[in-house]
Design a protein around this ligand. Structure first.
Ligand SMILES: *Cc1c(COP(=O)(O)O)cnc(C)c1O
Length: 219
């Protein structure tokens, strides 16, 4: 099933849109199967799960962190991941900078935008994003390469559209500012139910779990 699902999705993605297989709760074997089917980017929400999967799949795929990163997990995370998609504070960025410097790496990151302005939700508010981006841009071992958003969850993908639009507008604005050490290359938006809408609104990185691996059991 994983193989068929991956082929199906890949065949329908427009050129220039890259697929992240959101792999939380999946076994390393399932992830390996997805990679064999043509997945080249794995998205992980938990550092420990990523470590186990990385032990099996290794560098045959690129690894994106898409969960909420605690500072005490940064040291491990910078060793495994190619991109951290969920940077939303200077404190976290500074820790990533420090730990990356130790291993001689420049960590690529996306800034997570709280496009729904939800309380107690991760991500920086759209109106404070520029300030945060300018601060992070000054860090030597961190490189901003785009934005990511989740938006409020809804069964109906159309409900997500306004949040994708807001994030795309911010993306275009940040791009036009030409901030040194900031490259607005990736706009990561859309999941299994909403990726069609996200692509219509400018996403070029979509994060899909259920449509690749099937329904998740509770976790
Ligand atoms: C789980 C997850 C996804 C994928 O969700 P599906 O609905 O299973 O496609 C995408 N992005 C993030 C941040 C996730 O945690």
């Amino acid at each position: 099933m994983i193989k068929e699902n991956v082929s199906q999705i890949l065949s329908k993605l427009p050129p220039g849109v890259e697929l992240v297989a959101a792999a939380k709760t999946r076994t390393p074997q399932e992830i390996q199967e997805a990679v064999n089917a043509g997945i080249i980017i794995i998205g992980e929400n938990y550092v420990q799960e990523a470590e186990e999967a990385f032990g099996v799949v290794g560098n045959k795929a690129k690894w994106h962190f898409i969960g909420h990163l605690q500072t005490n997990k940064v040291k491990k995370a910078v060793q495994i991941f190619d991109v951290i998609e969920t940077v939303d504070s200077l404190r976290l960025a500074k820790e990533i900078d420090k730990r990356s410097a130790v291993i001689g790496k420049v960590m690529s990151v996306l800034i997570e935008i709280n496009s729904g302005k939800e309380q107690q939700k991760t991500g920086v508010l759209p109106e404070t994003a520029e300030e945060l981006i300018r601060q992070i841009a000054a860090l030597k071992n961190v490189k901003i390469i785009g934005l990511m958003t989740m938006g409020p969850f809804s069964e109906n993908p159309e409900d997500s559209r306004p949040y994708f639009v807001v994030t795309k507008q911010l993306f275009d604005k940040m791009k036009s500012l030409n901030i040194p050490n900031v490259e607005m290359k990736y706009l990561s938006m859309g999941m299994s139910s909403s990726y069609g809408v996200a692509i219509e609104e400018g996403a070029n990185l979509v994060r899909i779990g259920t449509k690749i691996f099937g329904e998740r059991s509770q976790k």
